[in-house]
Design a protein around this ligand. Structure first.
Ligand code: HEM
Length: 395
């Protein structure tokens, strides 16, 4: 079960990830797959995604220039995902920086207070203790803030002379969902995409700073060897096996949602002989599956090569079955392809543009901060050096 507090930001459990399995969930899931996550909707924004990846490297370079080479890249990465998901939700003409900058802290705060929310669930009486009502008040404030940002975007869409008919909002408005439900279904898309993709990208950079040979090997691939690319495109990303292996290894070592989203049994069932009643909450320990020593050789070691198909077929099949950073089954992450693409494209451009080094000492702190997302305990701070392959046009 999700924390009780989430009731306030899920229009009373009517969003995709918070609704129970059944016809309501099924029709929403079909809607998101057919509209926001439709491969043609995603590929239609390739150009904008590539331009934004380049603009992001420029902003990071500017930060480095005034900070003696030191950067905190996470905010730039988060904002890029908000822009991508904004276009899939509201249409390709979505271009509202006030929305991008305004929604980001709400997403951040909601995930932060999830830990407190679990505490309030364990001890429900805390909801009524005046001194402990703070988190509930905060959720109410965030809720109002979300409405004040998302509602005007919906109004803008409704008053447009040629509203987009392939975006998620078109599906939601055409299918009779209430305004409150639409607002929180849209907000959920940002909550589930922004932290997951930006955190995975910063974990990747942290691993690459700590493993300079792997970073060098990746740079050779993304820069195209002698070709000296100025930028990496969406099309190139899917043809880079080492990049894909690095991204998979990051997802394995730091699964962003280590306990997935809580599930519930829809029938009475048994699991390895244990009887489980219908309606029982089931938490899946993705983290443990991804570090199972029976499947993964040296599971604590960052080793992208394990994904390069050089192992025996039986080992590869065991790894494939156990590789579940996006969950599995009917509730598998609906944004999996977009998530992989966004992390791959961002990482490829960041490695192509800069050499990533430790800001001080041995390198980034790899300690986890687990709320419902596996964030870095200390957000990434790094030193960058612009690569010499960059043309003057870039900076
Ligand atoms: C690195 C990227 C991502 C990771 C690692 C990730 C991981 C996950 C996981 C583990 C789940 C729970 C699956 C389960 O309970 O079995 C999930 C669900 C979900 N994710 Fe993602 N996710 C990512 C990116 C995205 C993106 C980009 C979006 C949308 C734009 C998204 C939207 C969703 C939604 C809507 C669900 C709920 C699906 C349902 O209940 O039917 N995710 N994700």
């Amino acid at each position: 079960m999700l924390p009780y507090m989430f009731k306030y930001i899920s229009a009373n459990w009517t969003t995709l990830s918070t609704s129970d399995h059944g016809p309501y969930w099924q029709s929403l899931r079909k809607g998101v797959q057919g509209f926001a996550m439709n491969p043609s909707s995603i590929s239609s924004q390739t150009l904008s995604q590539e331009k934004e990846a380049i603009a992001m490297t420029q902003k990071i370079q500017e930060q480095a220039a005034v900070n003696g080479g030191i950067v905190h890249p996470i905010d730039n990465i988060r904002h890029n995902t908000i822009r991508v998901v904004g276009r899939l939700c509201f249409g390709p003409d979505f271009n509202n920086e006030t929305f991008v900058v305004g929604i980001d802290p709400f997403i951040y705060d909601i995930i932060n207070i999830a830990a407190l929310a679990r505490f309030a669930d364990a001890f429900p009486f805390t909801r009524y203790i005046p001194g402990l009502r703070g988190p509930f008040r905060k959720v109410a404030e965030i809720r109002d803030g979300i409405v004040s940002l998302v509602e005007p975007e919906i109004t803008r869409y409704q008053s447009s002379k040629s509203p987009c008919t392939t975006c998620y909002l078109h599906f939601l408005l055409s299918n009779g969902y209430t305004m409150e439900t639409i607002i929180f279904i849209l907000f959920e898309m940002f909550v589930l995409s922004v932290d997951s993709t930006s955190t995975a990208t910063t974990w990747a950079l942290a691993f690459l700073i700590r493993n300079s040979e792997i970073q060098h090997k990746l740079f050779k691939e993304v820069s195209g060897g002698d070709e000296k690319r100025e930028r990496v495109t969406v099309d190139q990303v899917s043809k880079m096996p080492y990049l894909q292996a690095v991204v998979s290894e990051v997802f394995r070592m730091k699964p962003i949602a280590p306990l997935a989203i809580p599930h519930k049994t829809v029938n009475d069932t048994t699991l390895t002989g244990l009887k489980i009643d219908k309606g029982t909450a089931v938490i899946i320990n993705i983290y443990a599956v991804l570090r199972d020593p029976k499947v993964w050789d040296e599971p604590e070691r960052f080793m992208p090569e394990r994904f390069l198909n050089e192992n025996a077929l039986s080992d590869r099949m065991a790894m494939e079955r156990s590789f579940i950073p996006f969950g599995a089954g009917r509730r598998i992450c609906v944004g999996m392809d977009l998530g992989k693409l966004q992390v791959g494209l961002t990482l490829a451009n960041l490695i192509n543009s800069f050499e990533w080094l430790a800001a001080d000492g041995d390198g980034p702190d790899m300690t986890d901060d687990f709320t419902i997302i596996l964030r870095m305990k200390e957000p990434l701070v790094a030193r960058i050096k612009a690569r010499t392959n960059l043309g003057a046009s870039l900076f």
